[in-house]
Design a protein around this ligand. Structure first.
Ligand code: APR
Length: 253
């Protein structure tokens, strides 16, 4: 049976669907992923641009990295994969949670409402002094932006390596993984925890012996978790996700 047809069958019978997306879902919008050969971590040292120590050492370099990523967002738009997830959310309404590792805001731009941003957002800054949280559009923030309230240095509201995820966002994601009977892993290499652990939480959900969630992976290729998912749908998510919605619409439950 065709993988998309099979995925649609599982989703059609689902009571609650939770999705975890990674950089792959934005790749077809022109946003670089992290671990591909031309990915962000090829051209930059994680230690220098995505850790609190790197920021303390050289905030200029960190802001140069994030201002460049923010600036590039001006040219990108959601792709058909983002819009397909909006359709999926409409189908399940309050029985649906979209958890993302992405910081590009493209799910929200496409119209998704239930977005839990595990790793923060390029559209927000946080003051290193008074913790003031600000939302910005994509105007330049300057080389070393300062807080309007206390004049201390601002940092991107991004979760860096070795930092805790925002408690309330993680709690939402954790509960959504426990609540779902179908969990979709889309466009993620599933190597960064705790985000990557959500699939296992979904599988082990509920009382012992309870049937865990069905885990379905949408990716270009197999990943570190492919041998533990129930079904793999391989191809560009900008193609496979719209096909999934088309399949679901054929005989709506
Ligand atoms: N369609 C579907 N999947 C794709 C596509 C596509 N068009 N293009 C790439 N992919 C897949 C790749 O095969 C890979 O498995 O997307 C995944 C991207 O993996 P990463 O670059 O590791 O990105 P991600 O999984 O989001 O990284 C997780 O790591 O660096 C941290 O905080 C950062 O949130 C990020 C986290």
């Amino acid at each position: 049976m065709d993988a998309i047809f099979e995925a649609a069958e599982h989703i059609r019978q689902a009571r609650y669907v939770t999705v975890l997306t990674g950089a792959g879902v934005s790749a077809e919008s022109g946003v670089p992923t992290f671990r591909a050969s031309d990915g962000l971590w090829e051209g930059h040292h994680i230690e220098d641009v995505a850790t609190p120590e790197g920021f303390r050492r050289n905030p200029h370099l960190v802001w140069e990295f994030y201002n460049e990523r923010r600036n590039k967002l001006k040219q990108v738009r959601p792709n058909p994969g983002h819009y397909a997830l909006v359709e999926l959310e409409k189908r399940f309404a309050e029985r649906f949670t979209l958890v993302t590792q992405n910081v590009d805001g493209l799910h929200q731009q496409a119209g998704s409402n239930t977005v839990a941003e595990l790793h923060g957002s390029l559209y927000r800054t946080r003051c290193t002094g008074c913790k003031d949280l600000r939302i910005h559009d994509l105007e330049p923030l300057g080389e070393l932006p300062k807080c309007q309230k206390c004049d201390r240095l601002l940092r991107p509201d991004i979760v860096w390596f070795r930092e805790e995820l925002p408690k309330e966002v993680w709690q939402r994601a954790y509960l959504a993984a426990q609540a779902c009977d179908v969990f979709l892993l889309i466009g993620t290499s599933a190597v960064v925890y705790p985000a990557a652990g959500l699939a296992q939480i979904a599988r082990n959900r509920g009382p012992a012996g309870d049937e865990g969630a069905t885990i379905i992976e949408f990716n270009l290729e197999e990943t570190a978790v492919s041998n533990s998912v129930d079904l793999g749908v391989y191809g560009p998510s900008g193609v496979t996700l719209p096909k999934l919605i088309e399949q679901l619409s054929m005989n709506p439950s």
